[in-house]
Design a protein around this ligand. Structure first.
Ligand code: OSB
Ligand code: MG
Length: 370
């Protein structure tokens, strides 16, 4: 469907997390999130930028994304005749990197197109299911007891997979204790690049815990050492930080750097690239899943839509709003069934309403581009 974007609104909102989230690279307690509205003469679509407050997970931040969106992404798109939402990514290709900034608008354009066509975003991108399995990501805790309590809670809530964050000094013991209490729960660990090849013996020592996978154990920009590591350990490696495109995915799979991939809409620049990764992984029987970036409801709704694609066969880091925010940006908040799933509706677009009253209260700056 022909799209001609007449205006774009950027809004920065500040949302407190209900719990501090700690990873191997740091702690987050307050999110600074950019929400994007794209408008044509016929309607509007919504996106969320997944860049974090600090350049730790990725080199992008909320502030760099605001700059790139304002000065480069939006000017390239305004009042341009686009064949359809798929045509957005090629227009942005000349901007190197800054995939999270680009994805914020690209995903909004897909949402807009789905709304104009009157179909759900999941259907519009070719989703293959209307219910998705959900997992949780549990941050580094102050004690093993605190961790075990969290795991008990999430298992009782029905989540299909438990992921814990690990770092040097917080790996073997936490995993051993979880396994002692939950011998069969689908379990995995995310290192966020905290180890190096010299840690091979320690990482091999995790094999007896029969983890579903270990996520990004080595450097954020590596695919070479991960291939060496994968040859030495039984646990499947899943890459997150290292994969920015379908080409990255192909290279990593061909080199044997990973057997599983975590796909994040922001990290890969939006749906166009995510769809290519989905197709490549479906053809090559590589299981993939949707990662999370502590998104508010808008980004979460996009993650839910992406998770319905065929190759997304593993539970993702897509969980209920209330695990992150007391008051979310969408209505109703995202909820998970007792079976650990999220059910999609047939409502047009991503299927949730924006809670503008809540968003307005959280807004610290906004800018209109016309
Ligand atoms: O590595 O998957 C990650 C959160 C922020 C940055 C990176 C990651 C994460 C998570 C949380 O693991 C996933 C979620 O939103 O629940
Ligand atoms: Mg990760």
């Amino acid at each position: 469907m022909m799209i001609n974007i007449q205006s774009v609104e950027l809004r920065e909102i500040h949302l407190p997390l209900v719990h501090i989230f700690e990873t191997s690279f740091g702690r987050t307690s307050n999110r600074r999130i950019i929400l994007v509205t794209v408008r044509t003469l016929d309607g509007a679509g919504y996106g969320e930028c997944t860049a974090g407050e600090e350049p730790d997970y990725s080199s992008e931040t909320t502030e760099t994304a605001w700059h790139i969106l304002s000065d480069f992404v939006i000017p390239r798109l305004l009042r341009r005749n686009l064949e359809d939402a798929r045509a957005v990514a090629p227009v942005l290709q000349s901007i190197r990197g800054h995939r999270m900034a680009k994805a914020a608008v690209e995903t909004a354009a897909w949402d807009l197109e789905a709304r104009l066509l009157g179909v759900s975003l999941s259907r519009h991108i070719g989703g293959a299911r209307n219910e998705i399995p959900c997992g949780v990501s549990i941050g580094i805790q102050v004690s093993i007891d605190a961790l075990l309590e969290k795991v008990r809670q999430e298992v009782a809530a029905g989540y299909r997979r438990i992921k814990i964050k690990i770092k040097p000094g917080w790996e073997v013991e936490p995993l051993r204790c979880i396994r002692a209490e939950f011998p069969d729960v689908p379990l995995m660990a995310d290192a966020n690049s905290a180890f190096c090849l010299a840690d091979m013996p320690l990482l091999r020592g995790l094999d007896p815990f029969h983890l579903m996978m270990i996520e990004q154990p080595l450097a954020h920009d590596d695919i070479v050492d991960h291939a060496l590591l994968q040859k030495e350990i039984a646990t499947p490696i899943c890459l997150d930080e290292s994969i920015h495109s379908a080409e990255d995915a192909r290279k990593a799979v061909e080199m044997g750097s990973c057997r599983i991939i975590n796909v994040k809409l922001g990290r890969v620049g939006g749906y166009s690239e995510a769809l290519k990764i989905n197709d490549y992984c479906a053809r090559n029987e590589i299981p993939i899943w949707c990662g999370g970036m502590l998104e508010s409801g808008v980004g979460r709704a996009h993650n839910i839509a992406m998770s319905t694609l065929a190759a997304f066969t593993l539970p993702g880091d897509v969980s209920a709003s209330k695990r992150y925010y007391a008051e979310d940006t969408v209505r109703p908040p995202v909820t998970v069934t007792a079976e650990g799933t999220i059910r999609l509706t047939e409502a047009p677009g991503f299927g949730y309403e924006l809670d503008w009253e809540r968003i307005q209260r959280a807004t610290v700056r906004s800018r209109d581009f016309e």
